[in-house]
Each structure stands twice: as C-alpha cells, then as structure tokens.
Ligand binder design. Sequence first.
Ligand SMILES: [Zn+2]
Length: 364
Amino acid sequence: MFGFIVAALLAEFALNLIHYPFLWLLPPCFYLLERFPPGDFLWVRQFLQISDGASPLGRAKMLEGCLPGAGLSFAAVPSVPAFDLPHATFKRLLQNYLGIVGHRLPHTHHCGGSHVVQLDGDNSHHIQVCPMLGRGKLAHDELKNSLAHALLACGVASEVRTEVRLSARGEDGVGLTYNGDLVYFLPDGRRVLLECSRLTITQSSIAGSGSLAGPSSVLNLLRIAENARRDHARASAIVENDEGNTLFIPIVLTSCGGFGPSARAFLKEVFKTAQANGRWAMASGQPEVLTTWNTFYASTYWNMRLSVAGAVMDAHVQNDILLRDRTRNLVVVGRQPHPNPNHSSYSSVGRPRRGVTAAPLGVV
Ligand SMILES: [Zn+2]
C-alpha cells in the first residue's frame, strides 16, 4: 500500500516536471532558504552598515561580540548559584560588553597608594583594566578554577592541579621555574599545561593592531596573545625539556567571555571526552553540577560557565573599584574641607559622626 502511494506521488511529480520544467528548482531553493535564511543576510548587512560608521573601539567591540562564547552571561538563567549575579554586576557586565564607560566623566580615580588620576578622554575606560583590588587576578582565578571543575566533571582527568611550579633548564643551562595555571595528565602519561589569560578590548589594546583592517582583527588579537604565551621563554623551556611529553595550551578569553581559537579547539576535545565518558548530558552524566534549562549538555553548560566566570568577576570588582573611588572622593573622608563653610571640627556639633556622609564640595 505504502509503495503504491510513493509510486503515485513520484508519477505525479514526473508529470508535473513535464508540464512545469522549472519545478526541479524548488527543492534546492527550499534547502538554500533553510540553510541561509534571508534574515541572516539582512542582519549581516545591518551589522556592516553600523560597524562602518562606528569608532575603531566600537567596531572592535562589535567583532568581539561575534566571537564564540562572547556575551553568554546574558543568556545565563539565574536559577543556580553559578549564574546568579547581582543587578549592579549585570549592569556593569552590559557596559563592558557594549564598550560604555559606565560612570560620569571626568572621574577622580584612586589608583593605588596616593596615586590619583582624572579619568577623561583617552583613559576613560581605565576602570576596565585597572589593577586595583586584584581585579585581573580575581577574574583570572575564577576562570582557572571553573576550567579545573570542567575538566574534572567531564572526566578528562581524575586530578587537576592549579598553580603548579614546574622547573626546567633554560638555554643557558641555568635552572628556571614556571608557574603553570592548570596541570593534569592524560591517560597516555603526557602532561598537559594550561595557561589561562584574559584579553580586554580597549582603546589601548586595539591601538596599532589594525582593527580597521577586517572582520578577523579581534580574532588576530587573540591569536597574538596565544602565541605570546607559547613563545614565553620559560614556558617553551618547560615544553622542550620534557621532550614532547608536555602539551602547552594557551586558553585566552576576551573580557566578555569570547573564546580564542586555541581555547575553542581545546574545549571541543574536552566535550568529545565527555561524550565518550557518558558525561554529555548534565543531569545524568554530571549530577553534582547544578544546571539550568538552557544548559542541558556539557558543551552548553561549560561554555556558558567559562564565559561567565571571568567576565562576571571582572565586572564585580570594577564595581568595587568605583565604589572605593566614590568613598574616597567623599568630603568627610581624606582630609578634604567640609562643604559647609561654617563647619569647625573642634566644636561639639561639628565633629563628624560615623555613618554621616556629605556631598562633595561644590555639589549641592
Ligand atoms: Zn586604576
């Protein structure tokens, strides 16, 4: 019966082909429309139009947003602790992603010790790269620790060690040491050394990088950063001394969570291992990890988790730096004059009380 229906349909199709000779064009057209929806073309055209008129930094931020993994924090469902972030952090995250300064300019910034700088103009984005309060290290460590969890949970290694001091003999015969971010061993006995780092796309990082050059300029910045890690004298000495038994893999992410080519290729292998180990589906394979409805699989969950980790921690500390600036800029702190000209510190009513805050001088 079924064979008869198929034969009838085929016969009808053949008859139609005779009457309408261009009918055979329909299936490839449907295929092409599905494969390349017109909406995508419109989107690309719009993207190019906007990026043509954007500033070099704006264009670089648009390209950064196209990287795999970039901005996944905005798709994170805050129903598990790993993706639960305060509103202020989310706001700062969005400002970083869009390349917006996010605070009033000019801004008096306290950058370590008694060093005070006025942020305006070229240094407006300084908070995104400020070393205060351990911003860079905290974000880096968050990424590194999340990656260690990813490797363990996906069954890549039974043990993953962080901050491992490795020693080797340099070219001049003198011993040297290198602090590896993550070290683990493959089943065949080879050692894997991962070096995590983050790249912030700012006015200064794109300066001279040819970000006007083409759509792969941000990707090239990531490649340059990866090669710089590989060519590091101490890292290459460690690899060479081990006679090919150590694999050095640079994991470079942008500050918005976009993966560099090396990180992407590495994670692909990690997810393949997860599949082979029966750890692909999060609920059954990695039950100890709390997942959300849009991260059912190892790849979706850990891509999002790694993208979120550094970006959110960075945004969190940037808010702390801004809060610290505002506190230090308060009149009652830091030996600044009181805004009230009748104020005297020696009078009984004029003594500052704890918890009292005043507007900065000149602000009513
Ligand atoms: Zn600073």
